[in-house]
Design a protein around this ligand. Sequence first.
Ligand code: PMP
Length: 395
Amino acid sequence: MTQDSDSFYRHIAQTSDAPMGLEIDYAEGCHIHTKDGKSYLDLISGIAVSSLGHRHPAVIAAIKKQLDKHLHVMVYGEYIQEPQSRFAKLLTDQLPDSLDRVYFVNSGTEANEGALKLAKKYTGRSKFVAFKNSYHGDTHGSLSVTGRDVYRDPYKPLLPDVHFIDFNDPAVLSEIDTETAAVIMEPIQGEGGVIPADKEWLKQVRKKCNETGALLIFDEIQTGFYRAGSLFAFQYYDVVPDILSLAKAMGGGMPIGAFVSSTEIFEEFKHNPPLNHVTTFGGHPVCCAAAHANLEALLSGDFVSKAEQIEKSARTMLKGDGIVEVRGRGGMIGLQLRDSDLTQKVVEACFKKGIILGWTLHSNSLIRIAPPLIIEQELLEESLRMIQSAVQRFA
Ligand code: PMP
């Protein structure tokens, strides 16, 4: 055991008894290299983060350039910082007119915290409608709208007046009423097992929100930035949310999140009282510089086709005994296997062969496949062949 490994197990707070424990040396493109000289193909992109692969040159160059200018200078919202302004402009240029303002934070869960508070402040209401098996983060507000009791129970009481409905269930329509501040959902549930929303159902949810004055919050923290095919999943669904939460792939490997909404809705954060929602590090200039370079690089590539290709390859190459379903969209694929035992064997066998796969938080019989979107077709097919043969070996 190395000294770093010893310190990891002794001094770093652990999240389970079984961390993966890879000792990282460096990461580049689609691969992570460990201190023992091994290389692993990162087929989960650090959980839907490294869409351009690890250490994309444009992102690294932007970070280096910003390092020579300034780091933190002031809490969010006071000074005009070029990287923030430039990135907010580039991001909102890609969005409909009603999503023209960005509030930067540091992570996904903070984006949802902000979104929930903004919805309460704007509507003057406190009821939320959320979905079973959703995942929105682990701080108290986000956990309050996360639909899995096993994670919620130890931390109760959480926010009151949150109503959980089955995903894709029309019953949600009668739950959305004039008391509802917002409906919060992932257009494709990620941790819930890669479950896409039904298009027509989503349109009805939007309509009911319009009728009742409830806001619609889309948590695109996992689906955003071409992960699920289109730049944002709401574009595929043709349903525009009132608030859009972003993080993960946005920073090209740097920690940054955002919630995006309209000028009218954000007006509420300026008053009664002023400074009612602030953050010290939100929209850190180095992270914004990285995010700007990351989005420019994403926009200059053909990642719609690339994501489509990933989905098509997964659907055609993964089939047979033990495989119940291949689902998801674009580069956000869930391989539903027969049971958790088979899933564990496949994940372990692939890991031994140098492929990193993962579970999702709410399912232990589903393998998550979310490769960097820059993956070469040949490498993708080679890895899918290895997964397929591992499934067939143990099924
Ligand atoms: N929402 C969704 C849909 C997520 O997938 C995640 C992370 N898995 C989060 C929120 C929380 O993001 P973070 O870990 O950056 O707080």
